[in-house]
Design a protein around this ligand. Structure first.
Ligand code: OGA
Ligand code: NI
Length: 354
């Protein structure tokens, strides 16, 4: 099975509903086992909402409350919504429309960026098919490195003509926000707000622009299989709901509601490692609908490519022995090229010591 399945990419014309495109069935390679299917009417659970304005400008007491809320959200769910983050709505909307415009380009234009090699800094693909997965997933994606922006932006698509400028502005602002979120999270772990500042300033930002075309039978396929991100954390902007998170406690999937101008923060494997398992990397997946193409932009934040993330020694004790071995972003890429994520092989499990 090839990575970029040509037969599927031709059926992935964006913007039209499945019926308009005359696709009335789900090709077999996308059909997932019944036990793994999403519900058509998923449970929508209330999610923690963090008012970041209070973290940045609030009184000492307000700040302390926010830090505590972040701690609770990271421990219980590995997930929170963030509002008053300081990124203007026009910047969010601009990035999402660049995503749709890029996916609407003719296949030949996008194919210039097609590549199988997970180590490439800019690549376009269909399906999930990072590494060696057997299943196909109902999505198209464009991934590009984004920090430092000056180093990478000239290798991004220049069609649509304003892609670099508009997506670049979003990426720069999200990078800035990610440093603030890092501070808040390390403070909430009790290891201080500057614990990772330098390393994150010199770290990686990988931006994945996802498109999930309408699907005639959305319950039979998935846009992305259940996975956790390798990152410290991931910031997701979505055009409308479709992202589901797994509640570790009751094993139930919940659809993440979309609040006006909110961003989603997902704790990744590297922060589970840093926190010695106190914070959970959240398992999540992308679901589909019959009507509209859903777009999302995931900004993945981690340390530098060869910088190892280990457990904070402050969080290791006789009662809480170290539970994970250290690893880098490159270690993850090597894991990815050798393992089938969609078959349940997870990076975080490969890091567990006990
Ligand atoms: C991802 C991801 C979720 C979404 O790109 O890693 O989980 O809703 N995206 O697209
Ligand atoms: Ni993800």
């Amino acid at each position: 099975m090839g990575d970029q399945d040509e037969s599927s990419s031709s059926s992935f014309s964006m913007g039209k509903s499945a019926q308009e495109r005359g696709l009335s069935y789900v090709p077999e390679c996308y059909v997932i086992p019944t036990s793994h299917r999403a519900r058509l009417t998923p449970q929508v659970a209330p999610v923690p909402i963090i008012d970041f304005g209070k973290f940045k400008r609030g009184s000492d007491q307000e700040r302390a409350v926010v830090i505590q809320e972040i701690r609770t959200a990271c421990r219980q769910l590995g997930f929170f919504n963030i509002i008053n983050h300081g990124i203007h709505k026009s910047v969010l909307d601009g990035a999402l429309s660049m995503a749709s415009e890029f996916f609407e380009l003719p296949g030949s234009e996008k194919a210039k960026f097609m590549c199988n090699d997970v180590h490439k800094p800019v690549r376009y693909g269909t399906s999930f098919k990072d590494g060696v997965d057997e299943f196909q997933f109902w999505r198209v994606f464009l991934k590009h490195y984004a920090h430092p922006l000056d180093k990478w932006i000239n290798s991004w698509p220049n069609n649509p003509p304003n892609y670099r400028e508009t997506m670049g502005e979003y990426c720069r602002e999200v990078m800035k926000l990610s440093l603030e979120i890092t501070s808040a999270i390390t403070e909430s772990l009790g290891i201080g707000p500057t614990y990772l500042t330098k390393k994150m300033e010199n770290g990686m930002q990988v931006v994945t622009v996802n498109g999930y075309p309408p699907c005639p039978k959305p319950e039979m396929a998935l846009g992305l299989p259940p996975h956790s991100d390798y990152t410290c954390f991931t910031i997701v902007l979505q055009s409308f709901p479709g992202l589901e998170i797994l509640h570790a406690e009751d094993g139930k999937w919940n659809l993440v509601p979309q609040l006006e101008s909110a961003l989603q923060v997902l704790i990744g494997d590297h922060f589970e490692v840093l926190s010695n398992g106190l914070y959970k990397s959240v398992v999540h997946r992308a679901t589909l609908n019959t009507e509209r193409t859903r777009t999302s932009i995931a900004s993945l934040h981690s340390l530098g490519i060869d910088e190892k993330m280990g457990t904070a020694k402050e969080l290791v004790s006789e009662e809480q022995p170290q539970r994970y071995r250290e690893s880098s972003f490159r270690d993850f890429l090597n894991f990815l090229s050798a393992n089938a994520i969609a078959e349940g092989k997870s990076f975080i499990n490969s890091l567990k010591l006990v």
